[in-house]
Design a protein around this ligand. Structure first.
Ligand code: SAH
Ligand code: SF4
Length: 422
């Protein structure tokens, strides 16, 4: 979501004559687009800002946007005397005006508590010319007891199918092959629209656009993944058979305390609906360890669930207490060293399970959308399968942005390796 917001910031600033530079020493304006999901991300904000302050040219403006800005607002101006502008998550569209004001020497913190009812459509300069992010719903109406997102991103608001389809038509005409529909809770798409819509409708409508070869969506909530959405993914050829469905914990008491609104059995049912309807679908998840009050046994229930569900990949994190969330004030916090120990153990299990899942791809031929040069080996290019697995193979730059077939010859827990099928 932040990457997508940054692309919109570029589009908005283009309107007042700013262009992107790769060299921060040349910058007239530096914008830090921040994340508040965990304390570690927030700490990075201050180390970046300190670094920028030391190395910026005289007269360079520093602006801070995103979730930390939304949370801290004016306090950021107080804490960092060199910051010129703070703007939040609900007033991105105001960026050009705010920068023009800051150019005149004003120090500004402008925050809205909600997005305007009439959702502003903002210009965008994308950083990739074959795969695009498309926000379809903003905000989150859940209140998981660990999560700062509802506080910093506000209530759910869906864009209308009309504006989304118009954006997707433009992407198709510009040669884009892949779109990722974005939302903090994308599976809730459309419940607030009149008439009510759901994500399945949207996938079916986008599926009619032949030029778009891959449709993805992120991030789904297990409670909202209704059979109509699974059905749309099964029916629409361009909808990728990939479901990122965070479960967060594999223990019912922990899930209740997290206020996730489902238990493990419910998740099992949703996962079976996906796998029964789309047997080759990849299922990935997020897990938090060391949530307040988590016992050794409860943690082991989470570990066992990873084995049981055979996730293709899992993002894991140690619980991080966040401001404005109930769990941060609970007395039964788990000590840091226990959280870290659990995280290490869980990661070894996750990597064994992912490795096993990835090995199922050996000797198969996968369609890969080539994204760029491999970071590790300059002779190779790197791309993703429809199931979102990374594939590296020998190839040249002419393949970037193309869909090609690759025979899979090796698998590790995080990626596959293969060779181009001519
Ligand atoms: N809406 C999605 C998740 C969005 S937040 C959902 O409900 O699943 C992305 C991920 O950050 C979450 O899945 C969770 O695993 C992690 N996360 C959120 N708050 C956290 C916290 N306080 N500590 C550790 N991880 C957290
Ligand atoms: Fe956070 Fe997701 Fe829960 Fe919303 S549903 S509060 S974004 S974890």
């Amino acid at each position: 979501m932040n990457k997508s917001d940054s692309e919109h910031m570029l589009g908005l600033l283009d309107e007042i004559g700013y262009a992107q530079t790769d060299n921060e020493k040349n910058a007239d304006l530096m914008i830090l687009n921040t994340c508040a999901i965990r304390e570690g991300a927030e700490d990075k904000v201050f180390s970046y800002l300190g670094h920028w302050n030391k190395h910026k040219r005289d007269g360079t403006l520093i602006a801070v946007g995103g979730c930390v800005a939304q949370d801290m607002g004016e306090d950021l101006l107080k804490r960092c005397s060199y910051v010129n502008l703070v703007f939040g998550t609900h007033n991105l569209h105001r960026l050009p005006d705010l920068v023009l004001q800051a150019e005149k020497g004003e120090r500004i913190a402008e925050l809205f508590t909600e997005l305007p009812d009439d959702l502003p459509e903002t210009p965008v300069i994308r950083q990739n010319d074959f795969s695009a992010w498309v926000s379809v719903i903003y905000g989150c109406d859940y209140n998981c007891t660990y999560c700062i997102v509802p506080y910093v991103r506000g209530r759910e608001k869906s864009r209308t199918p009309d504006v989304i389809l118009q954006e997707i038509n433009e992407l198709a005409n510009a040669g884009y092959k892949e779109v990722t529909l974005l939302g903090q809770n994308v599976t809730a798409y459309g419940h607030d629209l009149d008439p009510v819509r759901h994500l399945g409708h949207l996938i079916e409508m986008i599926g009619e656009q032949d030029a778009i070869r891959r449709i993805r969506f992120l991030t789904g909530h297990p409670r909202d993944l209704n059979p109509e959405i699974i059905d749309a993914v099964a029916k629409v050829p361009s909808a990728c058979e990939y479901f990122h469905l965070p479960i967060q914990a594999g223990d019912d008491r922990t899930l209740r305390r997290m206020a996730r609104g489902y238990n493990v059995d419910f998740y099992r049912k949703v996962a079976s609906q996906v796998r029964d309807r789309i047997p080759d679908a990849a299922l990935t998840s997020d897990l938090i360890v060391g949530f307040p009050g988590e016992t050794d046994q409860e943690f082991m229930n989470t570990v066992n669930l990873v084995e049981e569900m055979c996730f293709d990949a899992v993002n894991t994190a140690a619980y991080s207490p966040r401001p404005h969330t109930p769990a941060a004030n609970w007395p039964d916090q788990v000590p840091e060293e226990v959280k870290n120990e659990r995280l290490r153990f869980l990661n070894t299990v996750v990597s064994e399970v992912s490795h096993r899942r990835n090995k199922r791809c050996l000797d198969t031929v996968c369609e890969v959308l080539v994204e760029g040069r491999s970071q590790r080996n300059p002779e190779r290019v790197s791309g993703r399968t429809r199931t979102n697995k990374i594939v590296n193979f020998v190839g040249d730059d002419s393949l970037i942005g193309k869909l090609v077939n690759v025979r899979i010859e090796a698998a590790n827990p995080w990626a596959l390796r293969g060779s181009l099928v001519s």
